[in-house]
Design a protein around this ligand. Structure first.
Ligand code: CAA
Length: 290
């Protein structure tokens, strides 16, 4: 039977970090039974707690009812066995660290447990979908589905068309985006796609301005929040995304596009080397102890 966005009933999300947990929540909110995988039961459980907290915030803000929050939780299950997680599901979304070798290795480990209909997507922010697809058993059903942090609140879904991704898969992904309440944009598989390439330039330039002493972090951010109506300034956003994540993307784009605009500023490298990774570590361009 041909798969359609509406016929997707089961999904696996690989990686229960910020993005994986958020994506699993989005899928469950659309009525899809979702297994949330991470390498240890504790990490998978931690992802479940992240979702629970986000749902409770929605209840407190009267965006969702307590009943629907409970229904969403009932559709989610934590899992630390990769084979069990992906066996027989209609959709897999991989949200593990931005390491091409690791992503390919996981794809290969999954290969024999996927059905001939399974749609397999990577949430990568910048790695080549065409390159990753070399490890995919069905490259025509392999694509990029790039969500934004926090996935339950952000409307955009970047749908990345690898060289071997079929047009049916892209159409299905766009329909799925709408089922999830997202706005899809279809992007060619170029380094940084549309969003990371643009977003990173702003973030890196803000860091260079901070290094040069142009203004304080707060004031550079205020230039964008108050002057351009961005919901969050570029430095605070970097703390949110993770300084290590942004550094990995910058290094990748500087190399792939051979472009100094993406060269990582020293302040970013130094902070990552010191373990100042942003919100998740308690310190980035701002302190996040609370
Ligand atoms: N369920 C449903 N709605 C919820 C909710 C929940 N659990 N929690 C909050 N909301 C609603 C709130 O009620 C509020 O709605 P209204 O605007 O209608 O009142 C809205 O969501 C915003 O929530 P808050 O008021 O709690 O939070 P905020 O106003 O401080 O906004 C934010 C938080 C949405 C994150 C905002 O700061 C923002 O948009 N920041 C920028 C985020 C961004 O740029 N993300 C992209 C990062 S880059 C990336 O992800 C790509 C990559 O590859 C690295």
């Amino acid at each position: 039977m041909t798969m359609t966005a509406e016929s997707i009933q089961t999904a696996a999300v690989l990686g229960a970090g910020t993005m994986g947990a958020g994506i699993a929540q989005v899928l469950a909110q659309a009525g899809i039974e979702t297994r949330l995988f991470d390498v240890t039961p504790e990490l998978a459980e931690k992802g479940m707690h992240t979702i629970e907290a986000m749902l409770q915030k929605g209840v407190a803000k009267e965006k969702i009812t307590a009943e629907s929050a409970a229904k969403v939780m009932s559709l989610l299950s934590p899992c630390s066995d990769l084979e069990v997680t992906v066996s027989g599901v209609d959709l897999v979304i991989e949200a593990i660290p931005e390491n091409a070798e690791l992503k390919k290795q996981v794809l290969q480990e999954n290969a024999t447990h996927l059905t001939p209909n399974t749609i397999y997507a990577s949430n990568t922010s910048s790695l080549s979908i065409t390159d990753l697809a070399e490890a995919a058993p069905y490259p025509d059903r392999y694509l990029g589905l790039h969500f934004f942090n926090p996935p339950p609140l952000m409307k955009l879904l970047e749908v990345v068309h690898g060289e071997k991704t079929s047009s049916q898969t892209i159409d299905l992904a766009c329909d799925l985006a709408k089922r999830l309440g997202k706005h899809p944009i279809v992007v060619k598989d170029v380094p940084g796609f549309a969003s990371s390439r643009l977003g990173l330039v702003l973030g890196l330039e803000a860091m260079r301005m901070l290094e040069e002493g142009v203004a304080s972090a707060e004031d550079i951010d205020a230039a964008m929040t108050l002057g351009y109506r961005h919901p969050m300034g570029p430095l605070k956003l970097t703390d949110w995304v993770g300084l290590d994540v942004r550094l990995a993307i910058a290094d990748h784009l500087a190399k792939e596009l051979n472009d100094q605009r993406f060269a990582a500023p020293e302040i970013l490298r130094d902070k990552v080397a010191r373990g100042e990774l942003g919100k998740k570590s308690g310190q980035g361009f701002y302190g996040w102890e609370d």
